[in-house]
Design a protein around this ligand. Structure first.
Ligand SMILES: [Ca+2]
Ligand SMILES: [Ca+2]
Ligand SMILES: [Ca+2]
Length: 253
């Protein structure tokens, strides 16, 4: 199940390389695909809304759902008027950049701390394609090291905050005031030309997320938080300042 969250670091490095099986079908141009994906995501955001009325009750944690703006729902506020966006530049092998637009929805921000894009997060999630097909989910919270997930997921998480929790006498844990939202990811920040599981090549991805806990990380234990030694130039590939082949955030020296 979790294979969908295989490290993106090596993936992004191998992104533009030619594997043998790719020689028959040329890999699509990243910039052109980014434009097409953006249009498809914007069409989805214009045609759908989320159950925002359910989130007015701050004492409940409704499940986030999307529905079409048709029939009796035609006058609902479309997602396109409620999402935020972030432009992510992706470095190509020729050292030029292609901008990708990431959209994210904050249905409930949460009351804990924001993760950075490289912290550890305890979350429940559901992944869908734009046509609504579910390709992966976990209703039970799981820990994700955000350095190990696709870039769009990693870059979309800082919009939310974690929550608080109480442990009952019978050791039952109840989370409250946690972050709830969604991330809309163009394929260039997802799996691009790689088909994985039930995700076809060049698929934009939608993740709905409940973010319960955030843990700041120092992967190499050198006393410097990973957030302060990961991808400081924003190119999407971790830094290796001393050029020894070990990224700064994993390099104790
Ligand atoms: Ca460190
Ligand atoms: Ca290094
Ligand atoms: Ca280090």
């Amino acid at each position: 199940m979790k294979k969908f969250f295989i490290a993106i670091i090596s993936f992004s490095l191998g992104f533009f390389s030619c594997k043998k099986e790719d020689t028959v079908v040329p890999i699509r141009d990243v910039a052109e695909q980014a434009i097409e994906d953006n249009q498809n995501i914007e069409d989805f955001l214009a045609a759908h809304f989320y159950n925002y009325d359910d989130f007015l009750d701050l004492d409940s944690n409704p499940e986030l759902t999307f529905d079409s703006l048709i029939g009796e729902n035609a006058s609902k506020t479309p997602l396109k008027d409620q999402v935020l966006k972030k432009v992510i530049r992706v470095k190509k092998s020729d050292s030029t950049f292609v901008n990708h637009t990431l959209y994210y929805l904050i249905a409930r921000e949460g009351e804990g701390i924001h993760p950075t894009s490289v912290d550890s997060t305890y979350l429940a999630y559901e992944g869908r394609l734009l046509d609504g097909a579910v390709f992966d989910f976990s209703r039970t919270p799981v820990w994700f090291d955000l350095t190990q997930v696709v870039r769009g997921f990693r870059e979309g998480m800082p919009g939310l905050k974690g929550g608080t929790f109480e442990v009952a006498e019978n050791n039952t844990v109840t989370f409250r005031n946690y972050g709830q939202g969604a991330i809309f990811i163009p394929s260039g920040l997802g799996y691009f030309n790689t088909s994985t599981g039930s995700i076809p090549s060049y698929s934009p991805l939608i993740f709905k997320i409940n973010l319960y806990l955030v843990k700041q990380t120092d992967h190499d234990g050198d006393g410097i938080l990973t957030a302060d030694e990961f991808d400081q130039d924003g190119d999407g590939i971790a830094d290796d300042t001393d050029g020894d082949g070990i990224y700064d955030y994993l390099d104790k020296n």
